[in-house]
Write a protein of this length. Sequence first.
Length: 454
Amino acid sequence: MAKSTNAFTCTACGASHKKWAGRCDACGAWNTIVEEAPLSQGPGRGLGAHKGRAVPLSSLQTTEAPPPRSLSGMEELDRVLGGGLVPGSAVLIGGDPGIGKSTLLLQGAAAFARRGANAVYISGEEASAQVRMRAQRLGLADAPVRLGSETNLRDILTTLDNERPDLAIIDSVQTLWSDQVEAAPGSVAQVRAAAHELVTFAKRKGVAIFLVGHVTKDGQIAGPRVVEHMVDTVIYFEGERGHQFRILRSVKNRFGPADEIGVFEMTGAGLAEVANPSALFLSERGQPVPGSAVFAGIEGTRPVLTEVQALVAPSTLASPRRTVVGLDSGRVSTILAVLEARCGIPFAGLDVFLNVAGGMRVSEPAADLAIAGALLSAREDSALPPEAVLFGEISLSGALRPVAQAENRLKEAQKLGFSQAILPDSQKVEGAGGMGVSRIADLTGFVGEVFGAG
Ligand SMILES: Nc1ncnc2c1ncn2[C@@H]1O[C@H](COP(=O)(O)OP(=O)(O)OP(=O)(O)O)[C@@H](O)[C@H]1O
Ligand SMILES: [Mg+2]
Ligand SMILES: [Zn+2]
């Protein structure tokens, strides 16, 4: 066996590098590269070094019905999973420290267990007594969930193999260690090995596994991205500090649509489901103010209205501020450039602050028009019509492009009391359902129509 030399691994994305560098050129993160021994490859890596076993092949046809998905009854969770939990699937739940991952999964485990599933919760971070205290506070003490506190991967696998639960929660993957890997717990090698073993176990034995992964900033501990490719479903639990809202978002799902969101509110008694997120995200809206635009968006399969807020003020800085929260800052820069180049409206010498109310994150290009509307409204100090929602993608030429699911956006807007929509000229709408529609061909037309200039 060739002696394996030490390699350098990025703890954020798992890329391996030949030498140390300050910045990972695979994911762009700084100070995340650490020296780590690569996984041993076993004797004779090349083909033919020893003969493999022939794997039986089969056809695509099946007479078996797909196994029924199990529902937790927590609708926000079930939707993000793609319509319930698939037996034997592996789900990764990532999130910042303290965001509420353990709370969510304890509530989820209890919900599944109360519906008859055999659920096991293994904590590597907290003693069982601590988890029991949380269960007490959340009013879940009577749920038939069985608890374990362990970090040794081999012991966990043996336990799960004996118990054969329907689902197992492992909190967190970064605390696990396998005695077959010579690296510290939390290292890329350990986290990968543990995730690999658990995912393989899930498939073989039909046990659904939830892996908790902390999003780490310091680069000493491997982040959840390192195992994203191994699992069936990747879900992130997000929220702004200081906001009680939490958003569960699927970024990958082999069993359902990705980009689906579930919305929760963190309360003293745990996470409460928010069935109508649009109302929640717009709840802070008062009188019409300059700089506010309501975007009729789609998150996964669900329409969600959000408020884009802008503030534009003269800058004292040589390069003015561009502070963007909840939106893609590259997208915002593009829109600022298009406003300047195509409409002759400069933002040079002005500080720009943009955010989405309620701590929501919006990544749809359909939000372009609402972003432009908020920026223009703030700059002109003139409020947009308060009864109007906006959507439409802006191209580099300044033209507006149609977006998907216009009818669903309009329906949601109407449900929340809006009567007007500003949308692209080229947008096909089959039945606006009583909503008034203003059609706009390009940004210059938008400026003329809404702000009476152009
Ligand atoms: N007694 C309490 N009352 C209200 N909210 C609480 C209470 N205790 C905890 N919380 C909330 O729960 C959050 C922590 O939740 P939880 O432990 O599930 O998060 P986590 O993501 O698992 O964190 P960690 O990174 O520590 O594992 C706190 O940030 C707080 O908002
Ligand atoms: Mg936790
Ligand atoms: Zn990287």
